[in-house]
Design a protein around this ligand. Structure first.
Ligand code: GRF
Length: 211
């Protein structure tokens, strides 16, 4: 099982994936931002780390074609978006259909897009969290693999809430990737994702808890 991880920034989810010692090889880490701290983290683990600067490309489609070329040199079984902050073209998503995973800092389908923690607080929700899902062309949509919930506190700021959600991200992303690596994830026709157990039978996946 080979992974290519795409990042744009600090790479704390990348670190969680590395620390989890998954039954998978991280073949490369690619960032659209040359200054992403996660690139140094990858290098310190001896993993090929490449920057492909989106600003050097004339269009989103041009950039995504170059990105596909860079990724496919490593022939990954799964492409992992770990804080990759660029909108993907439909062509890119179609190319990796069924093998493209993302983590989003909200309980989807609530709060797709940016500033999820501030928006959750502004709505007064009592439960917030994060979602690992397969990527489809609609932004922050696609079959949900795993979610973790976080209780919202009355004195939360976007910053404090983000920190607790991030800790939950670090728990669920490696788990979802491990399940993929073990061939246990099954996307059903209705888009729901089941987990195959040792005996080969399928079960629904439940939330991981409310800290
Ligand atoms: C995470 O909150 C992730 O859910 C979002 O961007 C952030 C990336 O953080 N898509 P990091 O680079 O993994 O530390």
């Amino acid at each position: 099982m080979k992974l290519v991880v795409l990042i744009s920034g600090r790479g704390s989810n990348l670190k969680a994936i590395l620390d989890a010692r998954l039954p998978a090889e991280i073949a490369a880490v690619i960032s659209n931002r040359p200054d992403a701290a996660g690139l140094d983290l990858a290098r310190s683990h001896g993993i090929p780390a490449l920057a492909l600067d989106h600003r050097q490309h004339a269009s989103r489609a041009d950039f995504d074609s170059a990105l596909i070329e860079a990724i496919d040199r490593y022939q990954p079984d799964l492409v992992v978006l770990a804080g990759y902050l660029r909108i993907l073209t439909d062509g890119f998503v179609a190319h990796y259909a069924g093998r493209l995973m993302n983590i989003h800092p909200s309980l989807l389908p609530s709060f797709p897009g940016l500033d999820t923690h501030a928006r959750a607080l502004a709505e007064g929700v009592k439960v917030h969290g994060c979602t690992v899902h397969f990527v489809t062309p609609t932004l922050d949509h696609g079959p949900i693999i795993l979610q973790a919930a976080v209780a919202v506190r009355s004195d939360d700021t976007p910053h404090t809430l983000a920190a607790r959600v991030l800790a939950a991200e670090h728990r669920i992303y490696p788990k979802a990737i491990a399940w993929f690596a073990e061939g246990r994830l099954l996307v059903q026709n209705d888009g729901r994702v089941n987990l195959r157990d040792d005996s080969g039978s399928e079960q629904a996946i439940f939330i991981t808890g409310l800290p």
